[in-house]
Design a protein around this ligand. Structure first.
Ligand code: PLP
Length: 348
C-alpha cells in the first residue's frame, strides 16, 4: 500500500532509492561469505575510503541509534561523560542507548537556541567541575545537520574540535543527515569530517535513500579496536552483510548519496521560499538542509491538519516538514499552497 498523497512528516517516510535497490539486487547473486567477509562489503568500505580520501575503518550497522550508541561507547569508559546539546538525538530519541551501551557514561547536555554547540558552550560544561565526584568529560557529540535543520560550517566544526582537543575530548559526529550538510556546503566529505577534527562519524543511510543501515566511520583507526565485538554483542552484526553493504555501494558509486541530499535540500528551500512571507507564518530556524520548521498559530496548524497534512510539532511546537530523495516537487507546491491559504483565511 502506498501513501497517497505524499507526506513530509519525516524523511524516513521515503522508500529505497533505485541506485540502492539495484545494488542490492546485483548482490543477490548466488552465495557469498557471511558476516562481512564478502566482496560487496569490501567494495563498500573501499568506496567510503575513496569518498573520504583516507584509510578509515568502516562498520555497517542497522540503524542510527546503534551507530551512535556503539560509537560513543567506544570513546568512553563507564565513568565518563559525553557533552551534547539538549536537542541531540542521542539525548532525546535513543531511549538511553548511549548510556546503556557505555555501561553508564552520562550525557551532559547544554541548552542552545537551535541545538548547535559552540566552543564556549562545550568549554563551560567541560570545565564546570573537575573533582572526582563528577563524571569525567571524554567526548563531544555534535549532529550534522542538526535536529533543527541547521548546518555547522567547516570552520565551526574546526573550532569545536580545537576546543575539544584542548580539553582532551574526542569528537563524535551524528551524521544521520551528513550528506545533506555536504550538499549544503558543497564541500568534500573529508573537509567536513576528519580534516576538521572529527574522530568518529556516523554516516546516515536510511535518510539518504537506503532501506536501512548506517555506517560508523573511524578516522582514527586505533579507536576502532575490537569495535566488531561491540557490534556483535549489540545484535548489530548482519550475517548476510552483503545486503546491508551493497546498497551503500550503490549510493556511493553512482553519486546518488549527494544527488539525493541535494534534491531533499532543494525541496526544503522551495517550501520555505514559498511560505515565508505568509502572514502569521515564520521560519523557526534558518533553512539550511532538508528540514523546514514553521511557527504558526495553533489554529493554522489545525487547519493544515484538517487539509490532510501530517507533521510533528515536538521541537518548540513548530510544524516540522522533512524532505527526502523522493520528494515530489508538485506535492511540495501543493503543501505550500495550502500553507499560504490557511495563512490568508485564518486570522491569528
Ligand atoms: C534519524 C536520526 C538518527 C537515527 O535514528 P534511528 O531511528 O535509530 O535510525 C540519528 N540521529 C539523528 C539526528 C536522526 O535524525
Amino acid at each position: 500500500m502506498t501513501h497517497r498523497p505524499q507526506q513530509f512528516a519525516s524523511d524516513n517516510y521515503a522508500g529505497i532509492c533505485p541506485e540502492a535497490f539495484e545494488a542490492m539486487a546485483r548482490a543477490n547473486d548466488g552465495s557469498a561469505s557471511a558476516y562481512g567477509e564478502d566482496v560487496w562489503t569490501k567494495r563498500a568500505c573501499d568506496a567510503f575510503r575513496d569518498l573520504f580520501e583516507t584509510d578509515c575503518e568502516i562498520f555497517f550497522v542497522f540503524n542510527g541509534t546503534a551507530a551512535n550508541a556503539l560509537a560513543l561507547s567506544a570513546l568512553c569508559q563507564s565513568f565518563h561523560s559525553v557533552i551534547c546539546s539538549t536537542a541531540a538525538h542521542v539525548e532525546t530519541d535513543e531511549c538511553g542507548a548511549p548510556e546503556f551501551f557505555s555501561n553508564g557514561a552520562k550525557l551532559l547536555t547544554a541548552a542552545s537556541p537551535d541545538g548547535r554547540l559552540t566552543p564556549e558552550i562545550l568549554r563551560a560544561l567541560a570545565t564546570s567541575r573537575s573533582d572526582i565526584h563528577f563524571p569525567k568529560p571524554s567526548v563531544v557529540s555534535i549532529t550534522q545537520a542538526t535536529e533543527t535543520g541547521r548546518v555547522y560550517s567547516i570552520d565551526e566544526v574546526r573550532a569545536i574540535s580545537f576546543a575539544a582537543r584542548n580539553l582532551g575530548l574526542k569528537l563524535h559526529m551524528d551524521g544521520a543527515r551528513f550528506a545533506n550538510a555536504c550538499a549544503r556546503l558543497d564541500c568534500a566529505p573529508a573537509d567536513l569530517s576528519w580534516r576538521a577534527g572529527v574522530d568518529v562519524l556516523c554516516f546516515g543511510g536510511a535518510k539518504n535513500g537506503l532501506g536501512l543501515g548506517e555506517a560508523v566511520i573511524f578516522f582514527d583507526r586505533a579507536l576502532a579496536a575490537d569495535f566488531e565485538y561491540r557490534c556483535k554483542q549489540a545484535g548489530q552484526l548482519a550475517s548476510k552483510m552483503r545486503f546491508l553493504s551493497a546498497p551503500w555501494l550503490g549510493l556511493l558509486e553512482s553519486g546518488a548519496w549527494l544527488r539525493n541530499a541535494r534534491h531533499a535540500n532543494f525541496c526544503a528551500r522551495k517550501l520555505a521560499d514559498a511560505v515565508e512571507a505568509s502572514p502569521g507564518v515564520s521560519l523557526t530556524f534558518p533553512v539550511e538542509a532538508n528540514a523546514v520548521f514553521l511557527s504558526a498559530p495553533p489554529a493554522m496548524l489545525d487547519a493544515l491538519r484538517e487539509k490532510g497534512w501530517l507533521f510533528y510539532t515536538f521541537i518548540g511546537a513548530a510544524a516540522r516538514f522533512m524532505f527526502a530523495w523522493d520528494a515530489d516537487p508538485a506535492q511540495v507546491e501543493a503543501l505550500a499552497q495550502d500553507i499560504v491559504e490557511v495563512s490568508r483565511t485564518i486570522t491569528p
